[in-house]
Ligand binder design. Structure first.
Ligand code: SAH
Length: 242
């Protein structure tokens, strides 16, 4: 069985200065590991206070490499290294129109907002209303009220703000949802954990005139995508076929 261990809830004790030291140390480590290269992504990770996107009882673990539970049925904030892991191969950069599927804590959207800059745009979709409300409060308090948050099925994308230069799906998908590739610009890129048997393979897809070009990055472990393109929908389709 594959999974992760959640550390025990505790009363937060760390000071802002301690969190800042941990954030700086984490960024140095991610660079040393070769996971972080882009100066814009580095600046974003140094600026956004990850601890502000974590429920109080897990806040002291903000810079530990473990996903932490969030309000909602199946939401977690991904491990710190998960953000450069997605945004580096995605080539997220200034002026991009970026769509995130799975808002979770709102932290990934805040980091992306810093990376795309004033002339870019961030749209993020969350299917769970409790999680969506949690992310909205976090983003507003942290000064990212201009991220467009949508409550709904991210597998369907968000046509009113399409097309997108970059899309990140932060939940594991049995297939890449067609509406998402349709809402990418030509040359645009999408990254998602793709389920293949008992593995999840983080995959980058680039939209070319010949179709979607695929590149595998590494194995990962994310919560399952829900909705029309989710794992349960795929299982239902499968059982209808058999
Ligand atoms: N990017 C987040 C982590 C997301 S965890 C962060 O930075 O904190 C995955 C999230 O995807 C969960 O919140 C889950 O509720 C959400 N999710 C699952 N299926 C979804 C769907 N079809 N549309 C939108 N959100 C979905």
């Amino acid at each position: 069985m594959r999974g992760w261990i959640t550390p025990p809830p505790c009363t937060p004790r760390k000071t802002p200065a301690e969190f800042q030291r941990e954030r700086q140390a984490k960024v140095r480590l991610l660079e040393a590991q070769g996971l972080l290269r882009s100066p814009r992504i580095k600046a974003a990770l140094l600026k956004v206070r990850r601890e502000d996107f974590i429920p109080r009882e897990y806040r002291d673990y903000a810079y530990e490499e473990v996903p932490l539970p969030l309000p909602g049925a199946a939401a977690t904030i991904s491990c710190p290294h998960g953000y450069p892991l997605f945004y580096e191969p995605l080539g997220l950069d200034c002026r991009h129109r970026f769509l995130e599927v799975g808002t979770g804590s709102g932290y990934g959207a805040a980091v992306a907002r810093e990376v795309v800059g004033r002339d870019g745009r961030v749209v993020s979709i969350e299917i769970d209303s409790l999680t969506h409300d949690f992310a909205r409060r976090n983003l507003e308090r942290a000064g990212y009220g201009d991220v467009l948050l949508v409550l709904g099925d991210g597998g369907l994308g968000y046509p009113p703000a399409a097309p997108y230069d970059r899309i990140a799906v932060t939940a594991a998908c049995p297939i890449i949802p067609g509406p998402l590739t349709a809402q990418l610009v030509p040359g645009g890129r999408l990254i998602a954990p793709l389920i293949e048997e008992d593995r999840q393979i983080l995959t980058v897809l680039t939209k070319t005139p010949q179709g979607m070009h695929r590149n595998a990055v590494c194995d990962v472990l994310y919560v399952a995508l829900q909705g029309a393109y989710g794992t349960e929908a795929a299982a239902t389709c499968h059982s209808h076929r058999t």
